[in-house]
Design a binder for this molecule. Structure first.
Ligand code: MG
Length: 211
């Protein structure tokens, strides 16, 4: 499998998972938002898949920059956040044709920084950052300790899941849902739920692709 084929299969897997959960994400967004989170995420994931088709010759960093523009174009509150995350990750990877594990960890940290700055959010504000930050920390620790691929993917998916569970009883401080913050307590934030879904499906697909 070429790296383009792997990236295409990852994008397709993410899209499939988001499509399958669209209604659930929309319902979560009805609790304290405008009920369109699932629909917006499907548009974003589809735009990324389309961007992938034209990126056969692109480095991973270049593809992520194109994916960023594609995802940001769907708007809403979530489009610019994922747009910033993907853009920062792409900038950090640069044109390296074979990024190292360390480079991936640095790119994930950059993605978190993009979300922090674009959304003006911190961990604990009940956003996607409550998933991305612990998953990135797990990735960094796994890379630093030389964990094998299966252990690394388990650690990242596990940290993302723990982040999601830990965020359920938080009161949102940013985004539209802060206005109806009380209603959100006891429920997953839609952006956090879809971020977990993305990380989980990426980890599962990468695990399977290892054969
Ligand atoms: Mg919404």
């Amino acid at each position: 499998m070429t790296s383009h084929e792997l990236m295409a299969s990852l994008c397709q897997a993410v899209l499939g998972e988001i499509e399958q959960r669209q209604a659930a994400f929309d319902r979560l967004d009805q609790i304290a938002g405008d009920g369109d989170h699932g629909a917006t995420m499907v548009l974003g994931a589809r735009a990324v898949v389309v961007a992938m088709h034209d990126a056969e010759e692109a480095s991973l960093g270049e593809f992520l920059k194109r994916a960023a523009a594609a995802f940001a174009s769907v708007g809403g509150s979530i489009g610019p956040l994922w747009g910033s995350a993907l853009l920062r990750a792409g900038q950090t990877l640069g044109d390296d044709p074979h990024p190292s594990a360390q480079a991936f960890a640095a790119a994930a940290a950059s993605a978190c920084e993009g979300v922090r700055e674009r959304g003006r959010v911190a961990e604990g504000d009940k956003t996607l950052l409550d998933i991305l930050a612990p998953a990135t920390a797990a990735l960094q620790e796994s890379v630093a300790s030389g964990a094998d691929r299966a252990a690394l993917l388990d650690a990242v998916a596990g940290a993302a899941h723990a982040g999601l569970i830990g965020s359920i009883d938080l009161v949102p401080k940013r985004g539209r849902s802060r206005r109806f913050g009380g209603r959100s307590v006891g429920h997953e934030d839609p952006g956090a739920a879809s971020a977990y879904c993305i990380i989980d499906v990426l980890c599962r697909t990468l695990g399977e692709s290892a054969g």
